[in-house]
Design a protein around this ligand. Structure first.
Ligand SMILES: Cc1cc2nc3c(=O)[nH]c(=O)nc-3n(C[C@H](O)[C@H](O)[C@H](O)COP(=O)(O)OP(=O)(O)OC[C@H]3O[C@@H](n4cnc5c(N)ncnc54)[C@H](O)[C@@H]3O)c2cc1C
Length: 414
């Protein structure tokens, strides 16, 4: 396809294949670039006054755009994601951006950032490329409906203020939350915030707000089975717990889940019992209040004693080592909910992946309609995985839409 004028199927005008992309976030911008590179006339419709606003706040303003360990297992529907990642590895995404002039580096944990450490540079290269490729970007265009065109050739995209746009193919990249895809008959999975802090019962964490501990933590299901375990730094907050490891665990939350914190993940339970028993002998002159000094943050020590119902004045010689060892390896917190939706990086839920073909990102229900990014029920770990999904699925959807639109424009569409 060259992008030169063509015979449109919808009338006698000579037209290019037209692709409308709804939502100018990460997925929409990459879809726009990919479709325009294949010669489609791309219109990018964004409800907000500017495209890519969310990109600017990613990675604490640095934009962690992908991860060198990206793999299907980092996502909730690995078998679906696998098809998209097969052609779009971390290197492929880095070279997609490299082709737009963005230099990137990977840190020791594989997280990829722009070398200038500025999320604005990621958005800027996308905007420049869209401009260079002739993408028609319309901000303030909030799409309220997608309908098949009356003459059955392509779609009509309708805006809140009565605007209407014809397109041969449409890509929906409107992000998480209520979606145009549901309105067009696609199945949906309830949206809940993930990659967010967790609220817990407050009494066990009294006095701990602001304390950071290196530990392991697990989400336990209602029947006490571990569902997911992470290691890293946990930050106690006045309402519960936060930190990257907690964000990752939040993806596995179910009704009735409990959090189990292991303050000494490198030590087995018997070793912990032996350690405490040795301390009881060696430090028998201390009281419970100072027993953990040199071993635990003092405020965590207080919380552990409280959980074991041990008075801080108890002489060490009288300390029950067994329950203390259990609590240090299994400090339980009932989870009462997720942090505010505003604190969540990603929304789980959205359009059901079963209604889309992962090879093209095309709808199985509405030929000519594609979706990408968070609009679909896909979420991944912290560390660049969600943006990777947005770019990769956006590229696949944009390319597929451009190819489909070309068949419409040349009259080959069946
Ligand atoms: C604070 C924060 C930090 C994050 N940091 C990272 C990170 O470092 N690495 C990482 O991988 N992920 C990160 N994420 C997650 C990542 O930003 C998202 O996964 C990604 O932006 C999703 O891209 P998207 O294009 O699917 O959706 P969005 O970025 O949400 O874009 C959707 C766009 O569609 C527009 N829109 C919605 N409805 C309509 C409509 N009806 N008509 C027209 N336009 C519409 C919206 O205005 C928006 O511009 C972070 C998220 C947050 C909130």
């Amino acid at each position: 396809m060259t992008g030169t004028a063509r015979q449109a199927t919808t009338g006698g005008n000579m037209e290019e294949p037209r692709v409308a992309i709804i939502g100018g976030g990460a997925a929409g911008l990459s879809a726009a670039v990919a479709a325009a590179r294949l010669g489609a006339a791309v219109t990018l419709l964004e409800a907000d006054a500017r495209v890519g606003k969310k990109i600017l706040v990613t990675g604490n303003g640095r934009c962690n755009l992908t991860n060198s360990s990206v793999s299907p297992s980092a996502y909730n529907h690995p078998e679906f994601v696998e098809q998209v990642l097969a052609g779009h590895s971390c290197d492929a995404i880095r070279s997609f951006f490299g082709g737009m002039g963005l230099l990137t580096y990977a840190d020791e944990e594989g997280r990829v950032y722009p070398v200038c450490n500025a999320a604005a540079s990621v958005l800027e290269v996308l905007r420049l490329e869209c401009g260079h490729l002739g993408v028609d970007t319309r901000c303030g265009f909030e799409v309220t409906g997608i309908a098949e065109a009356p003459d059955s050739a392509g779609f009509e995209v309708l805006s809140r203020d009565g605007g209407k746009l014809r397109a041969d193919a449409v890509v929906v990249t409107t992000g998480g939350g209520e979606s145009l895809l549901t309105a067009t008959g696609h199945g949906s999975v309830e949206c809940v915030p993930v990659l967010c802090p967790l609220k817990t019962e407050l009494e066990p964490i009294r006095g701990l707000s602001g304390v950071r501990v290196k530990c392991a933590a697990s989400i336990l299901s209602g029947d006490g089975e571990p569902v997911a375990t992470e290691r890293g730094e946990l930050l106690f907050r006045e309402y519960g717990v936060s930190g990257i490891m907690v964000f990752d665990l939040s993806r596995f939350l179910e009704r009735g889940s409990t959090l189990c914190v292991d303050f000494f993940p490198d030590m087995s339970a018997p070793d912990m019992r032996a350690l405490l028993s040795g301390r009881c002998t060696d430090l028998s002159w201390r009281t419970a209040q100072t027993f953990f000094d040199g071993m635990l943050h003092s405020r965590v020590a207080q919380a552990v004693l409280r959980a074991a119902r041990i008075d801080s004045k108890t002489p060490v010689a009288e300390l029950p080592c067994e329950p203390l060892a259990v609590i240090l390896k299994d400090f339980r917190l009932t989870i009462t909910g997720t942090g505010d939706a505003a604190q969540a990086q990603v929304t789980r839920g959205g359009a059901s992946v079963g209604d889309f073909d992962p090879h093209t990102m095309g709808s199985r229900l509405m030929p000519g309609l594609y979706a990408a990014g968070e609009a679909l029920d896909i979420d991944g770990r912290c560390g660049g995985y969600n943006l990777h999904w947005a770019w990769a699925s956006g590229i696949v959807a944009g390319q597929s839409a451009a190819r489909l639109a070309e068949t419409c424009a040349t009259g080959d569409y069946e």
